[in-house]
Design a protein around this ligand. Structure first.
Ligand SMILES: [Fe+2]
Length: 193
């Protein structure tokens, strides 16, 4: 009997959000100066979503998006048989040309995720998930004799606009450079019980 232990559930789905209207709200927040530098990113900007600006600013589409993402998180939790997880923090990443996110994971969270508000067609900027470093150190990267995702040391995914990706927060990932002249804009989140 062969048992495939410790599977890594990643959920990729397409939402039906009005991305252009969400993007307009991001532009409004940028104009108001709500930016910080991205912690794991290089040359990108970040807007932390806080209750304070929900109280101060009259936003419509970002709060609705967050509600819909929360519904998707609950359904993902149910599918993979874990207790309900709730968004504890969320932020918007604005990645202009040549900016990228270094390999990182999300300590203190159970499920993390990214929703793509804007993903230029020529961005060529996939998100890549990695197995543990031990997998590579012990030679498993080149041990597979066939090309299947289950035997790979990494999984690279080219996202598209309106896509929601959810994954276990312990899973290392990075984002390749944005090759487009337009910015890649996403909303990221962490969760807890
Ligand atoms: Fe991340």
């Amino acid at each position: 009997m062969i048992k495939l232990l410790f599977p890594t559930p990643i959920n990729i789905s397409t939402l039906k959000e009005p991305t252009h209207l969400i993007y307009d709200e991001v532009g409004f927040l940028l104009n108001k100066g709500y930016t910080n530098k991205v912690i794991s990113g290089v040359d990108g900007d970040r807007i932390d979503i806080t209750n304070e600006f929900f109280e101060k600013e009259n936003l419509t589409y970002i709060p609705t998006l967050l509600n819909n993402i929360q519904k998707n998180i609950l359904s993902f939790c149910k599918d993979i048989c874990i207790k309900p997880q709730y968004i504890t923090e969320s932020w918007i990443n604005i990645n202009p040309t040549n900016s990228y996110n270094k390999r990182h994971c999300h300590p203190g969270s159970v499920i993390s995720g990214t929703y793509y508000i804007k993903y230029p067609i020529d961005a060529d900027s996939p998100i890549c998930f990695y197995r543990s470093r031990e997998f590579s150190d012990y030679g498993w990267t080149y041990a597979a004799d066939r090309d299947v995702d289950e035997l790979k040391s990494y999984y690279s995914h080219h996202p598209c606009e309106n896509e929601l990706i959810m994954f276990p927060s312990y899973l290392d990932h990075d984002v390749a450079s944005n090759h487009s002249k337009d910015s890649r804009v996403s909303l990221a989140f962490n969760t807890s019980p």
